[in-house]
Ligand binder design. Structure first.
Ligand code: NAD
Length: 364
């Protein structure tokens, strides 16, 4: 009898351990113990914090196999090992999954530069972008530039708590050149309740995931104003048009078809119905804009981070720099309302005629 040789070529580290980071680690860990090409152990870098009990979050995760702060009540899998030391967590890995709030990624990349294996492949599950003096940069681009590695993205209609309960959903991997690497990511994430497909449009997939949070804020305003389903649907439609126009303005290669994948309309719908951006924006509008997003985030999210307001600001920077604010009335209104320049009711007074009158592509 021959013994089957198990070749475990790939070692995974999840960089991040919030709500989605913990669910990602759980999904991956359920596959690495079954699939021959992956090491069983999944390292998860934890931004260390002390719990009210005085214990360290990392110690509690490793003792109970549960992220009691960001994903309580869900076992991650015994092969998930929490590690508070970022450099130690990544040193043996050749597949890195980035899943932190986007505002922390620049600092994380700076700490990791020169400290990862040369054969590493990355994937970003992060929704958001960086806007610098040089212009906008997607998180996958930041990873590529700062770490010198190929970076795909995974986005979709994925509210973390629902996937943690193993309710059926779908996701999209976006890649640029390396189809084999994309297929490996699909293999790593795909489960009977989490169906993953790959498309060759990394920028399109990432921008879908990033921009829908701005529309989610607008949808929350509509709920806070107690308007009905027609209004919500109108906001989603206008938002979708602006998402496509903005994406194709930054990257003309972005495909319309990407918006029909899970990362596109499906994520937009789930974000505008559920999701934390919608929830906090609803509370903001109910309070007539008198309590700030920062205050509501701290009170209602217990350490979780809101991305939509930051992204609205980043989008605003890009549009004002290019003199195109008037062509994106919904994005502009979300920024103006969230910064107190307009009341929440302004979300239903946007002038939606302008984007249709002007041929955006011909201006660029
Ligand atoms: N939660 C979801 O349903 C969901 C779904 C899809 C995508 N995402 C995206 O995943 C990314 C991560 O979100 P999440 O839900 O896992 O996180 P989260 O908002 O639940 O938690 C915040 C995380 O940030 C960490 N943190 C706080 N300060 C930090 C610092 N200075 N440096 C580094 N880390 C710090 C916290 O320890 C915690 O792990 C975001 O881009 C989000 O948009 C989330």
């Amino acid at each position: 009898m021959f013994e089957t040789k198990r070749v475990k070529m790939y070692k995974i580290t999840v960089v991040g351990s919030g709500n989605w980071g913990s669910v990602a680690a759980k999904l991956i860990a359920s596959n690495t113990i079954k699939l021959d090409s992956f090491h069983d152990e999944v390292r998860m870098w934890v931004f260390e914090e002390k719990l009210p009990s005085g214990e360290k979050l990392t110690d509690v995760i490793n003792k109970t196999n549960e992220n009691v702060k960001y994903l309580p009540g869900i076992k991650l899998g015994k092969n998930v090992i929490a590690d508070p030391d970022l450099e130690n967590a990544v040193k043996d890995a050749n597949m890195l999954v980035f899943v932190t709030p986007h505002q922390f990624m620049d600092g994380i990349c700076k700490r990791l530069a020169g400290k990862i294996r040369a054969d590493t492949e990355g994937i970003s599950l992060i929704k958001g972008m960086e806007v610098t003096k040089e212009g906008p940069s997607m998180i996958s681009t930041l990873v590529k530039k700062q770490l010198g590695i190929n970076c795909s993205v995974l986005m979709g209609a994925n509210i973390a708590n629902e996937i943690a309960m193993e309710q059926f959903s779908e996701a999209t991997v976006g890649y640029s050149q390396n189809k084999l690497a994309a297929e490996r990511w699909v293999h790593l994430f795909n489960t009977p309740y989490f169906n993953v497909t790959a498309v060759q449009d990394v920028e399109g997939v990432e921008l879908c995931g990033t921009l829908k949070n701005v529309v989610g804020i607008a949808a929350g305003f509509v709920d806070g104003l107690e308007m009905g389903n027609n209004t919500k649907a109108a906001i989603m439609r206008i938002g979708l048009k602006e998402m496509i126009a903005f994406s194709q303005m930054l990257f003309p290669s972005v495909k319309d078809s990407t918006y029909f994948e899970s990362c596109g309309v499906a994520d937009l719908i789930t974000t505008c119905i559920g999701g934390r951006n919608r929830k906090i924006a609803e509370a903001f509008a109910r309070n007539g804009g008198k309590r700030s997003f920062d205050e509501l985030e701290a009170e209602m999210l217990q350490g979780q981070k809101l991305q939509g307001v930051l992204t609205a600001h980043e989008v605003h920077e890009v549009l004002s720099h290019r003199g195109l604010l008037h062509m994106f009335p919904l994005f502009s209104a979300v920024h103006a309302i969230s910064t107190g320049q307009l009341p929440p009711s302004a979300i239903v007074k946007i002038n939606n005629e302008k984007p249709r009158q002007v041929q955006l592509q011909s201006m660029l």
